[in-house]
Design a binder for this molecule. Structure first.
Ligand SMILES: Cc1cc2nc3c(=O)[nH]c(=O)nc-3n(C[C@H](O)[C@H](O)[C@H](O)COP(=O)(O)OP(=O)(O)OC[C@H]3O[C@@H](n4cnc5c(N)ncnc54)[C@H](O)[C@@H]3O)c2cc1C
Length: 361
């Protein structure tokens, strides 16, 4: 598929006879040194995927405001009704809001990991350094694997919003979708990221990083419960965090048992639900700040007051958008996450039980 615009080279060492290797650093320490680079590279690939998604959203939004096609549904019986910009169609709005909520949540996940790195540099407390390092490590498979999986989906929605123009090279979506695809593969495929989360990160340091992560999520939930208008969102995210804890315990125990193959056949779904819950956490956090700011600007959180404030004030429009992104994700995506968590609890083993000959071919 190519990563066009990038200089890419392929090296063959020893292809024409003898090849001499020179040891850099200490013997048997290469893997550790490589992972110093690799862990950073994984986060950067997450960022790369995210930037494709963010660009796809910006393009799709601009296009949807410009492209006229079809009547407004409310005018469907009116023969003389004009064609309207496609942003007026509910299905296009749905896709734009999916794109918007993922892009905003993904941006916050990456900034959060960045903040943890900054804290490591700035704190002198060794326990705090270790705590932030643990948070980075548990979040790395999500920042790389989950974000790039979802970034590709966001780009695909972008292609869809463009319709036929999305598929052809003359418009930017085709390139974004193609460029984004590599991010799910290199610096450790997302299958490997999922195995890292389940097999290494979940149980590392006796589960302290994962417990710290849950603690951070609970802090945001507790704060959101005190913000007017967010009680329902906070309760829903709290339910999902608790359920994720149950799923993690179950899958972690299965991975340590003779059922290890079955557990790892569910590693990628586990990465996905973990990412969904972290995403909901981030969107709830953003909504908590937005609700308070919007209440100040609109005078109240009454829907009419919110709409009126958004129409005349750019900041109010932004905060209203934050509340809607959180609402969409928590009410429309998180219920699906519950279904996926239920499936993981059932831990289907068909993928490991099917004999290789029965795959066909
Ligand atoms: C455009 C491009 C640029 C690249 N640039 C570089 C570069 O600069 N430097 C560099 O070193 N590499 C680079 N790579 C290589 C890249 O990191 C690898 O392609 C990637 O890690 C996957 O390895 P593989 O291709 O050998 O696939 P495989 O390891 O053969 O994987 C194939 C499939 O099997 C799965 N799989 C493999 N092993 C396991 C396992 N143990 N358990 C479960 N599933 C498994 C994978 O998840 C994947 O789905 C680049 C690749 C591409 C496409």
């Amino acid at each position: 598929m190519g990563i066009h615009g990038n200089a890419t080279c392929s090296l063959t060492l020893g292809g024409k006879g003898k090849c001499r290797g020179t040891l850099l650093g200490e013997e048997n320490k290469g893997m550790k040194a490589m992972f110093l680079m690799m862990n950073e590279a994984r986060l950067l690939v997450g960022l790369q995927g995210f930037t494709c998604a963010s660009s796809a959203y910006s393009y799709a939004l601009a296009y949807a405001k410009e492209r006229k096609q079809g009547k407004n549904l409310l005018q469907s019986m009116n023969e003389n009704a004009p064609s309207v910009p496609i942003i007026q169609h509910p299905d296009v709005r749905r896709q734009l809001l999916i794109m918007k909520s993922y892009v905003e949540g993904m941006r916050s996940i990456l900034y959060y990991v960045g903040m943890c790195s900054d804290k490591i540099e700035t704190t002198t407390d060794e326990n705090e350094k270790a705590r932030y390092q643990g948070l980075i490590e548990i979040l790395t498979p999500i920042a790389k694997g989950y974000i790039t999986d979802k970034a590709f989906e966001v780009c695909s929605h972008g292609v869809q919003v463009y319709g036929g123009y999305g598929f052809i090279k003359e418009f930017p979506m085709e390139q974004l979708l193609r460029d984004c695809r590599i991010t799910m593969i290199y610096e450790g495929t997302n299958g490997i990221q999922a195995m890292d989360l389940l097999g290494r990160k979940l149980g590392m340091k006796k589960g302290k990083p994962v417990m710290d992560l849950f603690g951070e999520m609970q802090k945001t939930i507790a704060a959101a419960k005190g913000v007017s208008g967010l009680e329902e969102f906070a309760a829903k995210v709290e339910g999902a965090v608790n359920k994720l804890g149950e799923v993690a315990m179950h899958l972690g125990a299965t991975a340590m048992s003779p059922q290890v193959m079955k557990a790892f056949a569910n590693a990628h779904p586990f990465l996905e639900v973990s990412g969904d819950v972290v995403m909901a956490w981030m969107l709830l956090w953003r909504a908590s700040i937005a609700a308070q700011q919007l209440e100040k600007l609109a005078g109240s959180l009454d829907p009419e007051a919110r709409r009126a404030a958004a129409e005349k004030n750019k900041n109010a429009a932004f905060y209203e958008g934050q509340l809607r992104s959180a609402e969409y994700f928590i009410k429309s995506v998180l219920p699906v996450t519950y279904g996926k968590m239920k499936a993981i609890m059932e831990t289907c083993s068909a993928a490991v039980d099917i004999p290789e000959v029965s795959f066909g071919g």
